[in-house]
Design a protein around this ligand. Sequence first.
Ligand code: UTP
Length: 280
Amino acid sequence: MIKKAVIPAAGYGTRMLPITKAQPKEMVPVVHKPVIQYVVEEAYYSGIKDILIITGKGKRAIEDHFDRSDLPKKDRYLAELDRILEEIDIFFVRQKEQKGLGDAVRYAESFVDDEPFALLLGDTITFPPCTKELIHIHNKYKTPIVAVEEVPMEKVSLYGIIACKKIGGLVYQIEDLIEKPSVDDAPTNLAILGRYILTPDIFDCIQETKPGKDNEIQLTDAMKLLNNRKRMYGYLFRGKRYDIGNKLDWLKANMELALKDEEIGGEIREFIKSMEVYHD
Ligand code: UTP
């Protein structure tokens, strides 16, 4: 039973500059809502009521976003958030220095206590909610699970990659984890996508992890240690993952989700068609 979620949202967001000069990358809008709202809603719709968001320097807007609004006239998406806020508790902790994702997760130790927990990166959206699927798999195997997706081989050096053997369906036993390998060193094209179920022994592993790629404490390196101590599984997520950490993928996410949107999808489609006519 997973009751707690941890959402790291303290990173610099340098790849999104200057958009992120004075606002957190997790507050960047995707169609109707800021990214972090999708992430909190994913945790909620996966059955989680206690959420810890790890923030830091320049991230105050995230806390403000999760205050209940007192505006008299409510937008539909604001109303949905207010309704969810009635049912969940959101806690905040500040990462003192931006020393990497592994370091950020360390701040969740006392919140998590001795229970397994869900970890959702604050700059990543998944449809359908990947966390719900991970919880389902965790309930069966009772072991840490990392969601992965297939990426083009030439892009493996942008991701954490797993080496693994298939144990059935979409589930793999992890043999190794490598942060941003070169194409030649990558054992597979299965990339860690930003959704995890972890157990509290990850905190000891983080403690023992030295700075790695980019001189940051890498969560992938800590999970490599965890994998030496206990069985870990990978889960091949068949849904859609949107990475809002870089401009191109952020724009693609907006276009794709706007096209799918029930309110504005039709108009956007017509608009795009009219642009094609114009360019012809
Ligand atoms: P990224 O790897 O995208 O790093 O973080 P970043 O620093 O946010 O962005 P760039 O590379 O400067 O453009 C993945 C997730 O981990 C969080 C981020 O907020 C994001 O949700 N993170 C990263 C932290 O919470 N703390 C850190 O020190 C680094």
